[in-house]
Structures are given as C-alpha cells and as structure tokens.
Design a protein around this ligand. Structure first.
Ligand SMILES: [Cu+2]
Length: 93
C-alpha cells in the first residue's frame, strides 16, 4: 500500500501526455438557464466529472462546450452531471 502514492505521483507526471491523446471536445445543449448565475452552476457541475479539463458555458446560446479525457468520462457523464444539477442537457447535434 505504501507504493500507491508513488504510483499516483508518477501517473500524475505523465498524465498530460496521456490525456491529450484521448482529449475530446463536445458541445452540449443546456436547458433551464434563466439567469446569469445558472451558467456558473452548470460549469461547476460539469467540472466535477472526472476527466473534465475545461467547461465554457454560454448563457446566450444555452450551450456548454466541454473538453474532457474520453478515457475517463463519456458524454453521458457530462449530460447527467448537468441534468442532475437541474439543467437538462444533451449532446448538440
Ligand atoms: Cu439562474
């Protein structure tokens, strides 16, 4: 068990390269954003998903552009996070 922190430290050091290989950007539609504070809550909810590196929410367009590691998270994880926070979300087609 004592070796685990070392392993995690090494994994962290190499992860920027590993993550970029599987990095993916998607645009989600986000419903129920009625005021300027809502995009902030959507951003926080999606940022909590493991593997997410960047979230840009547009109040005007009702969308969230999410950059994430697709080895760690799927689109469903992103839409579920927003939906569970009260903002029904789906992959924009
Ligand atoms: Cu609001």
């Amino acid at each position: 068990m004592a070796r685990l922190p070392i392993f995690l430290a090494l994994a962290f050091l190499v992860s920027p390269h590993a993550a970029s290989a599987a990095e993916r950007t998607v645009t989600l539609t986000v419903d129920n954003m009625y005021c300027e504070a809502c995009p902030y809550m959507v951003k926080k909810a999606i940022e909590h998903v493991s593997g997410v590196s960047k979230v840009t929410v547009s109040f005007k367009d009702k969308t969230a552009v999410v950059v994430f590691d697709d080895a760690k998270a799927g689109v469903k994880d992103l839409t579920s996070a927003a939906t569970n926070a009260g903002f029904p979300s789906a992959l924009k087609s």
